[in-house]
Ligand binder design. Sequence first.
Ligand code: NYM
Ligand code: MG
Length: 212
Amino acid sequence: MTRGALIVMEGLDRAGKSTQCAVLVDKLREMGYKTNYIRFPDRTTSIGKIIDGYLRGEVQLEDHAIHLLFSANRWELASRIHEDISNGISIVIDRYSYSGAVYSAAKGNKDLSLDWAWRPEIGLPRPDMWFFLNVSPEEAERRGGYGLERYENVTLQLRVGKLFKSLQGMENNEEMRIVDANQSKEEVAQQIFELSSAAIGQIEGPLRKLGI
Ligand code: NYM
Ligand code: MG
């Protein structure tokens, strides 16, 4: 049996990730691919509950400490991801290690570089393709602006956007695809679907692991 594909959706808050994940899951299922959906942070686990409290501003945590909890939250689901993939089930993930590294590095803590932030991600399941939904701050604003959670402010989002874009062309990051998310929902969905089906058609060998 061919293994499932691992596809990740990334971007700023209000980029339309969750909507696009839902559309992609539907389309893949229509094509006959068994497909599951996961989102990070997974706020339902015990670690996820701490993260949720932190994002709402109810819990205070040191920058490295919360960073490692976000990563731990991915590690606690890693075996399930492997299991699904090897059972032929594809997975669409709403935010992953790239958000993990970029949001933490964007805080501007001089002891928390992008390099440092990436380390705990090494060895996690590696996506076959990941999308950066590139939305302008103006478009995000037009979509209702940012909410009340930590990180949901224009200054931080601008830094996050720059860091995401800086990942393009980096070694060990050939799976990145930038999609212009200022287009209509349907246009974005079509592009993502075409690229994803191509990735699924080209799967070779077992699921790989994230590297440096
Ligand atoms: N976030 C998300 C991080 O800071 N690190 C991570 O590892 C992940 C997965 O959590 N503003 C941030 C980005 C978001 C926030 O995610 C909550 P969402 O998808 O908006 O619920
Ligand atoms: Mg959000």
